[in-house]
Design a protein around this ligand. Structure first.
Ligand SMILES: Nc1ncnc2c1ncn2[C@@H]1O[C@H](COP(=O)(O)OP(=O)(O)OP(=O)(O)O)[C@@H](O)[C@H]1O
Ligand SMILES: [Mg+2]
Length: 458
């Protein structure tokens, strides 16, 4: 959950972006007081206004925020609506340059609901990009929601001093889509914009060469000091670099975050990035935590980690796109498939194709229903796990509800390796833990539970 200051900044950003003005001091005070759980009477007393005046001002504020974020905001839900991201740290940075604007790639997005004010804002920004290389980026279709995340990331990068952003979360949650949407919003503030995926397993030398020689002022050489060359480049020029699919360079069937042989040098790149201040911004996507960038390893203000959760109500638009019947069921489906865009797309397509769009009929099946497509997708996501982690997930799936850690101590003769498996699964976002009094409970998603049930009964 974000802190109060960050929620106020998001609110201010949203209002500015959509209405062209910032929150005034009284609006900030009302927002702050409300987030602290104080009453209007209390806020009125502190700021020497009548309670009615504060009530009226608050009502206007909620209205303005509702328009800005595209959903109803009031004093009861403002915290949960604006403060839903999980993150690790904050910062500030500045970029400047003089290069000429030329773009060699088309717009990546079909805007689902274009906002004219937003577009105006983008054009008002100083356009300094001299080279934009998104040729390796996947085509992203309609994009819904994620306003809070976009606003927060934009603020961290453009007004804060964050120059290393890590986007984490399970496969299909929308890391690539969000990173590319963000690029669309902020690319004009950078001289060089480049997207690279590690899916094809490029060596570090290959990656660095492609990134820094994009800037043709640098003469390629075969110097072994590739990292120092890279450092020089990102200090000298402002690059916006997206490194996607970092999880691909991790070893399969091993504990999470272990580099494949020959890819350990990437660890040094990440370490370097987390300890160096420069003029560029790197956005790093992975479905597994990156050890060198974890909270434990560093607590630098220029490093920011965002763990993506499912889409909120905006996710229903994915279902709407398939023209499914009984709109009142959309939210139910959104909850069942945990707002995960990839799952919603698969299920939307299935309902359209085999249920003639009838969501009522589909919901009569045992939920969550995993069709061939969704089963294959989960299989692919879970195929990377070592046997010990599969065994643990199987065990949890076979129990009703969550499992207490103490129960595992009793069930497993050798308990120590279980601790590593729990840690590793947490770093893959496949398991969550919760502390209840003196006990720790383990929980997995209902889809993973169903996946292992199906395996057991086939
Ligand atoms: N906010 C969104 N609105 C609509 N569709 C979305 C949204 N986010 C993601 N999607 C769609 O969901 C699918 C999965 O998203 P994406 O590829 O970004 O996930 P990912 O987290 O990068 O997954 P992976 O870890 O496998 O790379 C894509 O088809 C994407 O277009
Ligand atoms: Mg991706």
């Amino acid at each position: 959950m974000l802190n109060i200051e960050e929620i106020i900044e998001i609110a201010d950003n949203q209002v500015f972006e959509h209405q062209g003005h910032h929150l005034n001091d009284l609006q900030r005070a009302i927002l702050e007081g409300t987030l602290q759980g104080r009453t209007y009477a209390d806020i009125a007393k502190e700021h020497q206004h009548s309670e009615k005046y504060i009530k009226d001002s608050a009502s206007k504020l909620w209205k303005s925020l509702s328009q800005a974020v595209g959903k109803k905001v009031n004093k009861f839900n403002v915290k949960s609506t604006l403060g839903k991201c999980s993150f690790s740290s904050t910062g500030r940075c500045s970029f400047s340059s003089t290069n000429i604007f030329t773009i060699n790639s088309g717009n990546l997005f079909k805007e689902s609901a274009p906002s004219p004010k937003n577009d105006e804002m983008i054009h008002k920004q100083e356009q300094i990009t001299s080279h934009l290389d998104l040729k390796d980026a996947p085509e992203i279709g309609d994009f819904y929601g994620r306003k809070v995340e976009l606003s927060l990331l934009q603020q961290k990068i453009l007004q804060g001093k964050c120059n290393l952003i890590t986007l984490l979360g399970i496969k299909g949650i929308g890391k690539t889509a969000l990173a590319l949407k963000l690029v669309d919003h902020i690319k004009e503030s950078f001289e060089f914009v480049i997207y690279k995926s590690l899916k094809s397993l490029p060596s570090l030398t290959q990656l660095i060469t492609e990134i820094i020689y994009l800037n043709d002022q640098l003469i390629p050489d075969n110097s072994p000091h590739q990292l120092s060359q890279f450092k020089k480049a990102i200090e000298k020029h402002s690059y916006l670099i997206i490194i996607d699919d970092v999880n691909y360079i991790f070893s399969k069937h091993q504990v999470s975050g272990k580099y494949q042989p020959g890819y350990e040098e990437y660890g040094n790149l990440f370490k370097l990035l987390s300890t160096t201040k420069h003029r560029s911004c790197l956005i790093i996507n992975s479905s597994e935590e990156i050890r060198e960038l974890s909270k434990l390893q560093n607590d630098h203000s220029h490093v920011f980690t965002l763990e993506l959760l499912g889409l909120d109500d905006d996710g229903v638009n994915i279902l709407k796109k398939f023209g499914l019947k009984n709109e009142e069921n959309y939210r139910k489906l959104l909850n069942i498939y945990q707002g995960t865009p990839q799952y919603l797309q698969i299920i939307g397509y299935l309902i359209q194709e085999l249920f003639a769009g009838d969501t009522n009929k589909f919901l009569q099946l045992d939920q969550p229903f995993l069709d061939i497509e969704l089963t294959a997708f989960l299989e692919q996501s879970l195929d990377i796990l070592p046997a010990s982690e599969v065994e643990l997930l199987h065990f949890i799936a076979s129990q009703k509800g969550s499992v207490l850690l103490s129960e595992l101590e009793n069930s497993y003769q050798v308990y120590e390796p279980i601790v590593s498996s729990i840690q590793s699964l947490k770093r893959r976002f496949l398991l969550s833990t919760q502390q209840i009094n003196a006990e720790v409970s383990l929980e997995i998603s209902s889809l993973i539970r169903k996946f292992y049930h199906k395996l057991d009964h086939n």
